[in-house]
Design a protein around this ligand. Structure first.
Ligand SMILES: Cc1ncc(COP(=O)(O)O)c(C=O)c1O
Length: 441
């Protein structure tokens, strides 16, 4: 548990929290989208540009020494970052870690490169982020084209429980003899629910029994909890470093090595190859064959600092406990306000919702007023919209008219009880007297 003193010390390491607008600090409640960055990560980014601002490309596979001094230093930093990621995910091999730009690109690498055949089926939950839905819709389109059958079934989408929690029975029922891949969001960016470890393990065992694989969209789990890819039985995992205190535009695809070897490279060119001739190409082994062209070396080098900060400086037990405490506080404060004009998405128990709290209302104006008032009076940063889970929101909530009405507060270890209380007071004022609050606007 974070003491007030520890929390203050952590917050002092985030330069963005020292900013002031109209004399007040920011209240940042948008970490689901992108986290704030601590000084050690900013320093690591600057160190690349100041000290060894060179390319890491052009290296021969397996070469121990590189061409020059700066490249050698960059290599050390890049290897340290890859090892930090391996250790974070408890992966077996460091060459199972592929750098990407983000979770989206990592999932696309699998969707484009996996050897699907017409007749193969892909299982998804009904609440996948667009980044874990659209790539599979594209696979379905390509397989239908190849089969010449526009009605070929490819995707099997299973329901969650009525409150949005994972439903193991439904997930297992969706897996059949032709299932080649199950792709699941490990934790939801809409309501924070996380698939319990035992359920995930059961899904992994079931899909392995039919010869398929399990891909985890871990964009919202890796930043917030300890994830052990082997214990969970995952085959692929995708996550984004910018959601865990790291630089923007760095993500990771982890895959079991023998599966990465079977993935066809998708974006190809410089640095993905061992050698070329005018009639053929020899690709590097993974991960090199997937990392095309020059990379975001500053971001990759600074990823080690981000992993170190989140996993060691703060620690996942602390993160989980702190998020639970804040979410419980906010949920308890908002509970008496819930009724026909205002309620929360997801399970009633805040302990099941991580650091995410999403409000909804059939009257969109209430949410707009909460957001505008919180921003104007207290610099509170929230997010409104469909959070890239359009398909789920349409399926579930078009009927009650709330699909597009979502206002999210997402908390991380650097948020305080006072910040949450400030938001609660604004929500209370607006929901109790929406017309009065709109007049003030
Ligand atoms: C569950 C989930 N999956 C995928 C993504 C996509 O992440 P990125 O934009 O970093 O690719 C997000 C982003 O919010 C997410 O919450």
């Amino acid at each position: 548990m974070l003491s007030d003193r520890d929390l203050l010390a952590l917050r002092a390491e985030f330069p963005a929290l020292a900013r002031r607008r109209r004399g007040k600090p920011p209240i940042y409640l948008n970490s689901t989208c992108m986290s704030l960055r601590p000084q050690p990560v900013v320093d690591a980014l600057v160190r690349y540009y100041a000290e060894f601002p060179t390319c890491g490309g052009g290296r021969t596979e397996g070469a121990r020494r590189l061409d020059n001094w700066f490249m050698e230093e960059l290599r050390e930093h890049e290897e340290a970052a890859r090892e930090a990621m391996r250790a974070l995910l408890k992966a077996e091999r460091v060459d199972e870690v592929v750098w990407t730009r983000n979770t989206t690109e990592a999932i696309n690498l699998v969707a484009r490169g996996f050897p699907f055949e017409p007749g193969d089926r892909i299982v998804l939950s009904e609440r996948e982020h667009n980044s874990n839905l659209v790539p599979w819709l594209e696979v379905a389109r390509r397989l239908r084209e190849r089969a010449g059958d526009p009605a070929l079934p490819v995707l099997d989408v299973f329901d969650l429980a009525p409150d949005g929690a994972f439903d193991l029975r439904k997930a297992l029922a969706a897996i059949g003899p032709r299932t080649r891949l199950v792709a699941l969001g490990h934790a939801s960016n809409l309501d924070g629910t996380t698939i319990p470890d035992a359920d995930l393990r059961a899904v992994a065992d079931a899909v392995h029994r039919v010869g398929g694989v399990l891909l985890l969209d871990a964009a919202q789990s890796v930043p917030h909890r300890a994830v052990d890819v082997r214990a969970l039985g995952a085959d692929f995992l995708a996550c984004s470093v910018h959601k865990m205190c790291g630089p923007t535009g760095v993500g990771v695809l982890w895959g079991r090595y023998e599966l990465l070897e079977r993935l066809a490279p998708h974006v190809v060119g410089g640095d993905t190859i061992r050698d070329t001739w005018h009639d053929r190409v020899e690709y590097k082994r993974p991960p090199g064959r997937f990392e095309a062209g020059l990379q975001d070396y500053a971001g990759i080098a600074a990823t080690a600092a981000a992993v170190d900060y989140v996993a060691r400086r703060v620690g996942f037990d602390t993160i989980e406990a702190h998020e639970r405490r804040l979410n419980t506080l906010l949920s308890e404060r908002l509970r008496p306000l819930q009724g026909e004009h205002f309620w929360l998405r997801g399970p009633a128990d805040p302990a099941l919702r991580g650091g995410v709290l999403t409000m909804t209302s059939p009257l969109g104006g209430i949410l707009n007023t909460i957001q505008a008032t919180a921003d104007r009076e207290w610099n509170v940063m929230l997010r409104k919209g469909m959070f890239c889970v359009n398909a789920y929101l349409h399926r579930r909530f078009d009927a009650d008219g709330t699909a597009k009405n979502n206002l999210r507060a997402s908390m991380y270890f650097y948020n305080t009880e006072e910040e949450v209380e400030t938001l609660a007071k604004v929500v209370e004022r607006v929901v109790r007297d929406p017309l009065g609050a709109m007049d003030d606007e």
